[in-house]
Design a protein around this ligand. Structure first.
Ligand code: PLP
Length: 398
């Protein structure tokens, strides 16, 4: 047999598979709640006005397309660092953090994983149970053993904090702990400020390496308050790894704009870290693409565009909140014996709705409503046009 002849078919991506099935569905009432994408109230992917304006500006001063530096556009890296840590933060002022443009949040995670594999080859990685389905695969493909720490508690529909903390207290020093900075995917259940304080204390005192993934900054309670935990970790001392993404917050999914930041204990240490991170980037894809980074840098650094972005992001956040509220209230009217109040407290695009696999199957087969088998629904895919249909269907399958 030839080399390729012996290769087996890889399993389908579970989430992308849902979209394929949805696309093939002919029911005009079909709804795709399986995605991880924000749609507006017309069910359309938005092009933000701040992006359109920044692109118009960039078009006017067309420039040749040389290679970017290995770590990306300097203006982008600076703007992202200020956004993630706060322009007035001690880490930024003391130049203890380095930030490199990355190919989306996924690319940032992959850079962080490859970097860590070079310098902490024997460490194990811990991710929440459950977590974004790509976390495990990304770190495993970088060569790590990946474990779960307890996170979601199906009975309380909240966080099993005692279990999480206990696992953190017992993992080997030097373990890499992946944490969702805000808007936990897939559950929507976040830690409280008081719980974060305890996590930071354990992580710091036990010498664990925190890796904060922030793909939804601005979708929870606001840009600053969603990013707060990053600042708290940074102030607790290095090292801290932070991956962030503008896929959702700028609705720039296909431009692949994200960044990896690493907090060190001094400017001198940070410079060495950056030099090594550049080697990781160089051997992955050499240097990132220009356009998306330029758009984000332009918006973040131009006061009026920045204000417009904050307004548009708030609009997305508020609309999701309204859908949470409407979902719960309408369901209360249709199915008074069931309680969904927890959906209102959840943050970000997603809700672990508590729907079982069987209920999800019935929603798909009988109503052409597509959700993830785990019961995860994308609240950002609900809108005034489909919510009544979805609520009616959910009430029928309960
Ligand atoms: N991390 C989490 C928790 C996510 O939910 C996502 C996207 O869904 C990512 C990272 C990846 O972001 P990007 O699409 O920018 O690669």
């Amino acid at each position: 047999a030839s080399l390729l002849n012996a290769i087996e078919m890889a399993p389908r991506d579970p989430i992308l598979g849902i979209t394929e099935a949805y696309n093939a569905d002919k029911n005009p009432k079909k709804s795709n709640l399986g995605v991880g994408v924000y749609y507006d109230d017309n069910g359309k992917l938005p092009l933000l006005e701040c992006v359109r304006k920044a692109e118009a500006q960039l078009m006017e001063k067309t420039a040749p397309r040389g290679y970017l530096p290995i770590d990306g556009l300097a203006a982008y890296d600076k703007a992202v660092q200020d956004l993630v840590f706060g322009a007035d933060s001690a880490v930024v002022k003391e130049k203890r953090a380095i930030t490199a443009q990355a190919i989306g949040g996924t690319g940032a995670l992959k850079l962080g994983a490859d970097f860590l594999k070079r310098f902490a080859p024997d460490a194990q990685v811990w991710i929440s149970d459950p977590s974004w389905e790509n976390h495990r695969a990304l770190f495993e493909s970088a060569g790590f053993v990946v474990n779960n720490y307890p996170y979601y508690d199906a009975t309380t529909k909240g966080v099993n904090f005692a279990g999480m903390l206990d696992t953190l207290k017992n993992m080997p020093a030097g373990s890499i702990v992946l944490l969702h900075a805000c808007c936990h995917n897939p559950t929507g259940a976040d830690l409280t400020d008081a719980q974060w304080t305890q996590v930071i204390e354990v992580v710091t005192s036990r010498g664990l390496i925190p890796f904060l993934d922030m793909a939804y900054q601005g979708f929870g309670d606001g840009i600053e308050s969603d990013g707060k935990v990053v600042g708290l970790f940074a102030n607790a001392g290095g090292p801290v790894f932070v991956s962030n993404s503008f896929s959702k917050s700028f609705s720039l999914y296909g431009e692949r704009v994200g960044a990896l930041s690493i907090v060190a204990t001094s400017a001198e240490e940070a410079a060495r870290v950056l030099s090594q991170l550049k080697r990781v980037i160089r051997t992955n894809y050499s240097n990132p693409p220009i356009h998306g980074g330029q758009v984000v840098a332009t918006v973040l650094a131009t006061p009026e565009l920045r204000a417009l972005w904050e307004e548009e992001l708030a609009g997305m956040r508020v609309r999701i909140r309204e859908m949470r509220q409407a979902f719960v209230e309408k369901l209360k009217a249709k199915a008074p014996n069931h309680h969904f109040d927890f959906v209102i407290t959840q943050r970000g695009m997603f809700s672990y709705s508590g729907l079982t696999k069987e209920q999800v199957t019935r929603l798909r087969e009988e109503y052409s409503i597509y959700a993830v088998d785990t019961g995860r629904i994308c609240v950002a895919a609900l809108n005034s046009g489909n919510i009544d249909y979805v609520v009616d269907a959910v009430a029928q399958v309960l």
